[in-house]
Design a protein around this ligand. Structure first.
Ligand code: MG
Ligand code: MG
Length: 245
């Protein structure tokens, strides 16, 4: 069942989203060669707690971190670790929090020092594909319009769109209906309505769309890098509003 949010509930989610947006900006500045993702995780925890919010990933299932830190061929759900980031890597930083009972979820892929032109193009295309999806998030459309826009944008540029992980509705729970795949057909799926709040999150691979999974582990099948970009987006009377940007 899709929980539509009232304007006052969306106002609450705006507040959650703003804390997460600022937390990610704060973390992005800390990313550089030699820094461990464990340290970034500690910064994220401190930031969220000191702003009166609660990390939503920590202890979700048995997830051990405040952030997911996924380096290069790790698609999502990487555990923060003591290993130091290396120049030339890309780091997908996914974070979620709860503020006054309302969730926010967002991810950025960040360059560690100088990265190759190929990696830069992957990161930029992934980000751009999110905005292509958001353009289709409008009342009267269908969820498949969003999925199709993301998929087409990435595949026509030679990339693989991950199938095994998808976006989701979000509200009082981190994962609500509907699932939001990054692949699909226009005109299909649930009707888009005012009051929907979705975590739209393209996960895009430089090579094959196939992934290998085992528990939390999710890596590209061919070992090529993967990028992730996510925001919590509300559909209001005025159109799609990105709450975490
Ligand atoms: Mg996320
Ligand atoms: Mg998400």
């Amino acid at each position: 069942m899709i929980n539509l949010k009232s304007p006052s509930e969306i106002e609450c989610m705006r507040a959650s989203g703003a804390i997460l947006r600022d937390c990610l900006l704060y973390l992005e500045e800390k990313v550089k060669p030699g820094v461990s993702t464990k340290l970034l995780d500690e910064f994220a925890y401190e930031y969220i707690v000191s702003h009166g919010a609660k990390p939503s990933f920590l202890g979700y299932g048995d997830f051990p971190g405040t952030i997911c830190a996924s380096v290069d061929d790790v698609v999502v759900h990487g555990f923060p670790s003591a290993r130091k980031l290396k120049e030339g890597s890309i780091l997908s930083l996914d974070c979620g929090l709860i503020y006054n009972g309302w969730q926010a979820d967002a991810a950025r892929t960040i360059a560690v020092g100088e990265i190759s032109a190929e990696k830069r193009r992957l990161v930029e295309t992934t980000r751009e594909s999110f905005f292509e999806g958001v353009k289709q998030f409008k009342a009267g459309g269908h969820l498949g319009d969003i999925s199709h826009a993301v998929q087409t944008y990435c595949e026509t540029r030679g990339y693989g769109v991950v199938r095994s992980m998808v976006g989701h509705g979000i509200g009082r729970d981190m994962h609500e209906d509907p699932p939001v795949p990054n692949y699909g057909n226009p005109g299909h799926g649930p009707k888009l309505e005012i009051g929907m709040v979705l975590a739209i999150e393209p996960m895009v691979n430089m090579g094959t769309w196939r992934t290998v999974e085992n528990g939390w582990k999710c890596v590209t099948a061919d070992g090529l890098p993967s990028a992730h970009y996510e925001n919590t987006v509300a559909l209001t009377e005025k159109g799609a509003e990105i709450l975490t940007l």
